[in-house]
Design a protein around this ligand. Structure first.
Ligand code: FE2
Length: 374
């Protein structure tokens, strides 16, 4: 972890003594920070909200995509092209129903599924696991898998290209904070799994460097009768997350990290009470997270820092400008009318610049950049 190269913070002009609390009257706090909320940072007190721009000209801007408008989905997850991607991560939306009649295998990296809608059954090398709305399912690279569902299942797929998902270091809090790793479920070899083993022909669609290879077997290769080891798919539902919070300090989004991979992290925002200290900020502080691009997938609830955002939307704030609460949300900075937020959202912060892929262009809400205007 990088440390600050100036050991003592300096103070200039009118400033608060601590971050995110007791701001000078009539000012707006902006955090200029490095290393994604872990590195050197300065809190600046502005006369105007730093999101009151009148125009962006050029490619860099906050962007929003409405995945509820994603229409046609093929029978394989590999039919869905990435919406946003870089060398370390690919973000896709996919919907299926019925029973996948081919197996999928990602040879490019671990795959994290987040179940936005629906419920069903996962069958994979390791056995059977039922899943439902709000589950994360982490599939290690190379796992063969398929889904069965009577209802449409819509998933957010987050590929850790060339790397593996791990749990974050919880530091001072100890390993059982946020969620106890004992809550992670794994597939089991049960009757349902043994019953699906058959001697008919099965194809495996292997994705490697984005290209698909078909491997045919004269039997169902999900034919294990047992296994032992410490490599396996795991599942956790957002309802199992017990979020960190402080009644006196607005925690940075990094406090909500669920998984880490090479050059990106996945965080989960779940329902929690608002801060109650009179001087503490109750909405996210304005910030430029100068080393990361930030993506949020809105799953359910009311998004307390955003106006005009509904479940199924994705926002992307590339690094290079300041972002923060929308005008209506900003009115609640010091006094919230509600006791807490019911939002559930998945955040993906990437160390390297993301690229908008062609399927995302057709579902873009182009006016998002203007959504901070009063
Ligand atoms: Fe942010």
């Amino acid at each position: 972890m990088a440390r600050n190269w100036i050991s003592t913070p300096r103070v200039e002009g009118k400033a608060s003594r601590q971050a995110h609390a007791d701001l000078p009257e009539g000012t707006y706090e902006r955090e200029l920070g490095r290393e994604g909320f872990f590195g050197p940072a300065t809190h600046m007190h502005h006369r105007h909200p730093p999101t009151r721009w009148t125009r962006f000209e050029g490619d860099l801007r906050p962007r929003a995509f409405d995945t509820t408008h994603c229409g046609e989905f093929g029978p394989s997850p590999w039919d869905s092209r990435a919406l946003l991607s870089n060398a370390s991560v690919k973000i896709r939306i996919w919907e299926m129903s019925g029973s996948m009649d081919q197996l999928a295998r990602n040879a490019d990296g671990d795959e994290l599924l987040f179940v936005h809608r629906g419920a069903g059954h996962l069958f994979c090398d390791y056995g059977h696991m039922a899943f439902g709305e709000g589950d994360y399912i982490m599939l290690p690279r190379g796992t063969m898998w398929r889904l069965e569902s009577a209802e449409p299942v819509r998933v957010l797929l987050i590929e850790a290209t060339n790397s593996a998902y791990q749990l974050p270091d919880k530091g001072l809090l100890g390993p059982h904070a946020i969620f106890d790793p004992a809550i992670l479920d794994a597939p089991v070899i049960d009757e349902a799994f043994l019953d699906q083993q058959d001697e008919t022909e099965w194809e495996v669609l292997v994705k490697r460097e984005g290209a698909i290879t078909r491997i045919t077997y004269p039997f169902n290769p999900l034919d294990a009768v047992g296994w032992h080891g410490d490599l396996m798919p795991v599942r956790i539902n957002w309802r199992d997350i017990r979020p960190l919070m402080s009644h006196r300090y607005h925690l940075p989004p990094s406090a909500h990290t669920t998984f880490v991979a090479n050059r990106f992290v996945v965080c989960t925002f779940v329902p929690r009470p608002f801060e109650t200290d009179p001087g503490a900020l109750k909405v996210p502080f304005f910030h430029n997270n100068d080393d990361y691009d930030e993506v949020i997938f809105y799953h359910r609830g009311e998004f307390f820092s955003r106006d005009n955002i509904h479940p199924g939307m994705i926002t992307w704030h590339p690094c290079g400008f300041t972002h923060g609460p929308h005008p209506k949300a900003l009115q609640n900075a010091l006094e919230q009318s509600k006791a807490g937020t019911d939002e559930v959202a998945v955040m993906i912060d990437t160390r390297d610049a993301l690229h908008v892929e062609e399927p995302a262009a057709s579902i873009e809400w182009p006016d998002y950049v203007d959504s901070w205007k009063e």
